[in-house]
Design a binder for this molecule. Structure first.
Ligand code: FMN
Length: 330
């Protein structure tokens, strides 16, 4: 029988399927259910700094006069208590489940990330995922500023904790490989490709805007996992659009150390994890693979480039326009 154990961001996992940060992992009950259904690890629902502003949220006007007021509030006693609820969940979950529990952080102030990180480590989290979210809408800010912001946060968190730290990236970057490489050099233990956002839409009758919930882009994640695996010095997990076991297999083939799953479990139930895992096992058996390491990264760009088994195959990751594929066709 195939051995599904693997290693991700320095953690030993019984299998590479990870339940992504979401409402599914926001409580001890949710985490326990994921563990029962076979998850290799869970990433807890992110702690969002703003959640804890509550009634003391500073007004725009106050902030425009006293920008330092925000930092004062962030460091103040109210926010000091913020992670307590999360810490209790980590502590209880760690008593109940025997899979890694990765805590997830999303802050606005670079100062607060290490604070939360330290408290989660003390509560027993096995690792941290930094959910670094921004929308580069400012027309005067160059891409390098956003890159610097990622590095600054990672460096502060790495100094504060000894547990492994992953960074969940958005795909809205000028150069994913450049930043990925810099993060890995700064001690990042894993990259999660990619974060997912609510998408905007427009109601044409009432002339209003609205948000729609979607799912991550499987192929976008596949491309970048394939292009980066083995070329940067840290693990990579995919996040986005996994629908079936075949998708898990594809991500591992292109080099993912972990495959995060979310929307599928919302739609079809957390018990779907069992199918993903048994189908993964069946596929490995039928291909004669005894361990994940036997096929992980076989179709990564690095492997394709080096081995030159089928150099044509590596080009799939670069092709982005129809011209070449359909040339000669009307
Ligand atoms: C209801 C819901 C809540 C989510 N909450 C978070 C969150 O707190 N932090 C985070 O990093 N990602 C969050 N995500 C994004 C998922 O972790 C995942 O990256 C995304 O859904 C793409 O994967 P999928 O296509 O398998 O759903 C959330 C997704 C959903 C659907």
């Amino acid at each position: 029988m195939a051995d599904l154990t693997t290693s991700y961001m320095g953690l030993r996992l019984r299998n590479p399927v990870i339940v992504a940060s979401s409402g599914l992992t926001k409580s001890v009950k949710g985490i326990s259910r994921c563990a029962e259904m076979g998850a290799g690890a869970v990433v807890m629902k992110s702690i969002f700094e703003e959640q804890y502003w509550g009634e003391v949220a500073p007004s725009e006007k106050l902030l425009s006069y006293y920008p330092e007021a925000l930092d004062y509030l962030r460091k103040g006693s109210l926010l000091g208590y913020a992670p307590q609820e999360k810490c209790s969940i980590i502590e209880e979950a760690k008593r109940k489940v025997n899979i890694p529990v990765i805590a997830s952080i999303n802050c606005q102030s670079p100062e607060l990330w290490p604070d939360f990180a330290r408290q989660f480590q003390e509560a027993g989290a096995d690792g941290l995922e930094l959910n670094i979210y921004f929308l580069p809408f400012d027309i005067k800010t160059p891409g390098t500023e956003y890159e610097k912001y990622h590095l600054e946060i990672l460096e502060k968190v790495k100094k504060a904790v000894s547990i492994p730290v992953a960074v969940k990236l958005t795909s809205q970057l000028t150069s994913v490989p450049f930043l990925a490489h810099r993060l890995a050099k700064s001690g990042c233990d894993a990259l999660v490709l990619f974060n997912w956002f609510l998408q905007p839409d427009v109601k044409v009758e009432s002339l209003q805007t609205k948000n729609i919930i979607g799912k991550g882009s499987f192929h976008q994640s596949l491309r970048w996992v394939a292009l980066l695996a083995g070329r940067i010095d840290c693990d990579i997990a995919s996040s986005g659009g996994v629908e079936k076991a075949e998708d898990v297999i594809k991500q591992i083939l292109v080099g993912a150390a972990g495959v995060q799953v979310c929307s599928l479990l919302y739609r079809k139930g957390v018990e779907t994890l069992k199918d993903l895992l048994s189908n993964l096992e069946t596929w490995m058996d039928s291909h004669g693979y005894r361990s994940i390491g036997d096929f992980r990264g076989e179709l990564s760009f690095k492997k394709q480039e080096l081995v030159f088994k089928e150099p044509e195959e590596a080009k799939a990751y670069f092709r982005h326009q129809y011209m070449k594929i359909f040339s000669g066709q009307e």
